[in-house]
Design a protein around this ligand. Structure first.
Ligand SMILES: C[S@@+](CC[C@H](N)C(=O)[O-])C[C@H]1O[C@@H](n2cnc3c(N)ncnc32)[C@H](O)[C@@H]1O
Ligand code: SF4
Length: 379
């Protein structure tokens, strides 16, 4: 089983918090870039011998693509790779792009899952985030997706926002539930370097919400969503009826994925590759078959670190049999885990270690404390 990720680096406008790779000025070269992505897929077809069970258009804003651009990319995939007929085909969409025509196009193209970036139902939050849609467009997008025939709809929400009160966050969650999505991704606002809000913080124009308050919103969300039948299968991801996202799950389980497009990452269990985060360099270099990526062979320590970083975030935890492939826990790691169990941060099961709810609020810190010193082998 393997996945293909396609990064569409176009956006209408810059959201204040976002540090993903995208450009807002892309009309001049959009055709060349999509053609280069199709070319990259073709050039790399021999890398994937396994069946593809997930195709994921992420971004940026994939919903800005024209139907013929999607067709080119999907045709290239179906012609050059073995795709499972049941493959999950997801597009990340922004609500203001969900017109009746586009929704119908996506159904016609065989897309069977939408991930809709609602973020909030509160107008003030959407303005603060500089989103290109309002709250009503968010609601309508989900409703119209259903009417168009999408059964598998995921909603993205954000919390830990400066002016989002506990009551407003609970209201956002209850608005989300009313739309009955199969899946919810809810992210706590992080302040990334070089974003607009980071600049505001530096200029004292915005004071981030304190961690305690963000944790409170996290706990409110866990209680609320589990009451409504949503299972937390990863720290920020919740599914109803076991409808986990294949794309995300494959990533957390360390399965093979091929990433195409500017800034996309690939992973083949032995090495990691990342494409250049510059649109013009990307399409020009792919066209000339000149290097458009960097690659790193993963050391045993890298693989160990990855196992804890991703495994601890999921409901499956870090499987003990996987640590055995590395010779099991070293004495100091054993002691650390013992102490985390004693402090109620890690739960020990027969076959795995899992984070407790308290542990989930310190996931990255706990994982990194168990990292092994890196002996890098660079290509
Ligand atoms: C990069 S966006 C791409 C999808 C689409 N363009 C959108 O905006 O909905 C993917 C998701 O990452 C989340 N995200 C991006 N930056 C974030 C940040 N700094 N803190 C928390 N969540 C963030 C948002 O919830 C967003 O829906
Ligand atoms: S959050 Fe989405 S729409 Fe906003 S800038 Fe980032 S990728 Fe683009």
């Amino acid at each position: 089983m393997a996945g293909i990720y396609l990064h569409i680096p176009f956006c209408k406008q810059r959201c204040t918090y976002c540090d993903f790779h995208f450009s807002t000025n892309f009309e001049k070269y959009r055709g060349k870039l999509i053609f280069a992505m199709s070319n990259e897929l073709f050039l790399r077809k021999k890398e994937v011998l396994e069946e593809i069970d997930s195709i994921y258009f992420g971004g940026g804003t994939p919903s800005l693509l024209h139907k013929n651009e999607f067709t080119l990319l999907l045709d290239t995939i179906f012609t050059n790779f073995t795709v499972n007929p049941e493959a999950e085909i997801t597009i990340e969409v922004n609500p203001d792009d969900c017109s009746e025509t586009k929704l119908k196009d996506w159904i016609d193209l065989g897309v069977n899952r939408l991930s809709i970036g609602l973020q909030s139902f509160k107008e003030g939050d959407l303005n603060w985030m500089n989103r290109s849609h309002n709250a009503k467009q968010g609601l309508d997008a989900v409703k119209n997706a259903r009417i168009a025939g999408f059964q598998n709809v995921s909603i993205d929400l954000m919390y830990g926002l400066p002016n989002l009160s506990k009551e407003e966050w609970l209201l956002n969650l209850s608005n989300a539930i009313e739309l009955n999505p199969t899946h919810i991704s809810a992210y706590c606002l992080t302040i990334e370097p070089k974003t607009i809000i980071h600049n505001w913080v530096l200029k004292d124009k915005f004071i981030p919400l304190n961690e305690e308050y963000q944790n409170e919103q996290f706990l409110d969300m866990l209680y609320f969503l589990s009451k409504e039948g949503y299972e937390q299968y990863e720290i920020s991801n919740f599914a109803k009826g076991g409808v986990y996202a294949k794309h995300n799950t494959a990533y957390w389980e360390g399965k093979y994925y091929l990433g195409v497009g500017p800034s996309a990452h690939s992973y083949d269990k032995k090495s990691r590759r990342w494409n250049v985060s510059n649109n013009n360099t990307y399409w020009k270099n792919v066209g000339l078959n000149e290097t458009w990526y960097q690659e790193e062979v993963l050391s045993s320590e890298d693989k160990w670190n990855e196992l804890f970083l991703t495994g601890l975030r999921t409901k499956w935890g870090v499987l003990k049999e996987k640590t055995n492939e590395f010779g099991g826990l070293k004495e100091e790691e054993n002691k650390l885990i013992f102490n985390y169990i004693k402090d109620g941060l890690i739960i020990e099961m027969e076959s795995a270690w899992l984070l407790s709810t308290k542990g989930k609020m310190q996931a990255d810190g706990i994982a990194s404390s168990l990292f092994r010193l890196n002996k890098k082998i660079n290509n």
